[in-house]
Design a protein around this ligand. Structure first.
Ligand code: SF4
Length: 249
């Protein structure tokens, strides 16, 4: 029988989802290393390390070090224990990064076991549609970004994001746009067109960039952007990174 691969992970913890449509729900977060993009505003340390930080008790932020790579057996035992300690507390398991779809083969072997514990929520930059296609059957929620050039410094690959959303829309999904004070209307209109054309009923979340744990976009600009998008796509919300104000993981 083929051995189930081990994973280099960065963190495993239980916390409040601070972004997007599931904001406020409690999740178990599995953070995977590495990313294929290099966004200007990135606040995540996704470098692979020798150890994985693991909460000793869920919700305490008191971390132990597990030597990488970790096994699925060890992770499922941990998560099963958290479920017993806190029955019903967790909405889902959030698979996050970095860009977790870079670990397509590993996720194909891990997700069935994890999904037996809780629904699976994938947080992704929306740039790897082939990898999403191969894993979509294991996913319950997909939170995808459309990466805007004005914020990331990288070219926006509209066609790849469109293909990605077509696949994500087979499950619960929503699109997140990280916006700054200088985000041009054209980027907002192109994003709204893309979302309306593929998935006209889903939520499009405007997430203002965060600087020093403060919202980095003025309210007047956010309301202007909300108005620009609403002319094209009706289901738009403004949701900042709430975990940054709450001081949770
Ligand atoms: S896609 Fe996400 S993790 Fe990757 S560089 Fe951009 S913000 Fe950071």
């Amino acid at each position: 029988m083929q051995a189930i691969p081990k994973a280099d992970l960065i963190e495993i913890f239980s916390s409040i989802q601070g972004e997007g449509l599931l904001v406020g729900y409690r999740q178990i977060f599995l953070r995977f290393p590495e990313c294929n993009l290099n966004c200007h505003y990135c606040d995540t340390d996704f470098t692979s390390t020798a150890t994985c930080k693991v909460e000793k008790k869920p919700g305490t932020a008191n971390m132990a070090d597990w030597r990488n790579p970790v096994t699925l057996k060890k992770v499922t035992e941990l998560l099963s224990g958290w479920k017993e300690q806190l029955p019903g507390a967790h909405h889902s398991i959030s698979i996050t990064g970095g860009e977790p779809l870079l670990h397509e083969n590993l996720l194909a072997t891990w997700l069935p076991g994890l999904k037996a514990l809780l629904p699976i929520h994938l947080e992704t930059n929306g740039s790897l549609p082939d990898q999403l296609e191969s894993l979509i059957g294991y996913l319950d929620w997909v939170a995808m970004d459309i990466k805007l050039h004005s914020q990331t410094g990288e070219r926006t690959d509209w066609e790849t994001h469109r293909r990605f959303l077509e696949i994500a829309n087979k499950k619960h999904c929503y699109v997140k746009l990280v916006v700054g004070e200088n985000t041009p209307d054209l980027e907002l209109q192109l994003s709204a067109d893309l979302v309306r054309g593929v998935a006209k009923d889903i939520s499009l979340i405007l997430q203002p960039v965060t600087f020093d744990d403060k919202v980095g976009v003025s309210t007047s600009r956010l309301l202007h952007m909300q108005g620009v998008i609403s002319e094209i796509h009706k289901n738009v919300r403004v949701v900042p990174q709430t975990h940054r104000f709450m001081g949770v993981l």
